[in-house]
Design a protein around this ligand. Structure first.
Ligand code: PGA
Length: 254
């Protein structure tokens, strides 16, 4: 893991966007794994600015999102398809036909999940996977207890995640209880991973993911075994890390 501690989340978003923009320039048919939630919004804003400035061209970029709520139609304003359109796809020159979100409304969810995995493979695999982290250490909707070799499947949300996400819905009761999520094993097959973690409420999860033991109790800890995982943190999210100074000395070249 390469730990990049930034003064602010804005700085972290800019640095992460630089990595992605450069990768798109190097490989115009890149396959991006994309994430939702409040964390990556600032980075998407930077990518939109890069696109509008002519620094990056999304016209042949392909993408697969990490997860989708079970049962929410794409036009529901809390569905992750809606989120991606509103926060990135509507503002860059990507072909939406090349953007995929897991099947939250399939008649046969297991078959649709297997097809999603097959489609990722057929696209050549994910080149860069963007991730946030849940306050309980989840990545995508792989909650604590998820197998570290899990694949795309129907999952239940924990009470913690339902509480965390209630801010986006009219009430906690409206938060879907299930989602379709790439597995930890799916995520680990991405060639490069960029995880973004901001704010004091992520500090404990970051500590467990980066400096704790590898365990399905903290699904994000699996990234310790990934050969090319970058973790972009603001000072608040990095607060509990024991080796902060060491990480800073490693990342000063960035
Ligand atoms: P957040 O969610 O970006 O809204 O904090 C992150 C996550 O649950 O992965």
């Amino acid at each position: 893991m390469q730990i990049v501690i930034c003064k602010t989340k804005e700085e972290a978003c800019r640095k992460a966007a630089d990595v992605i923009s450069a990768a798109i320039r190097g490989n115009p048919r890149i396959v991006l794994g994309l994430a939702t939630g409040s964390t990556p919004v600032g980075m998407y804003r930077e990518l939109i600015a890069d696109c509008k400035a002519g620094k990056v061209d999304f016209s042949t970029v392909r993408s697969f999102n990490l997860d989708e709520y079970q049962g929410l139609p794409p036009e529901h304003d809390q569905s992750y398809r809606y989120f991606m359109n509103a926060n990135l796809f509507d503002h860059v020159n990507i072909d939406k036909a090349n953007t995929r979100v897991p099947p939250g409304q399939a008649a046969d969810t297991a078959a649709a999940c297997a097809q999603y995995e097959a489609d990722i493979k057929a696209a050549g695999g994910i080149d860069i996977q963007v991730l946030g982290i849940g306050s309980d250490g989840h990545i995508a909707f792989n909650e604590p207890g998820s197998s570290l070799v899990s694949r795309t499947r129907l999952v239940a949300l924990t009470q913690q995640t339902i509480r965390d996400n209630a801010r986006f819905f009219a009430s906690e009761a409206d938060v879907p209880r299930y989602a379709v999520s790439m597995g930890v094993g799916t995520i680990m097959e991405a060639r490069k991973i960029i995880m973004l973690c901001f704010g004091a409420n992520k500090a404990a999860a970051v500590k467990a993911a980066v400096e704790g033991g590898i365990s399905q109790f903290c699904p994000a800890s699996a990234l310790q075994m990934h050969p090319d995982a970058m973790v972009f943190l603001d000072e608040e999210a990095a607060a509990d890390l024991a080796l902060k100074d060491f990480y800073r000395s490693q990342s000063c070249a960035l």
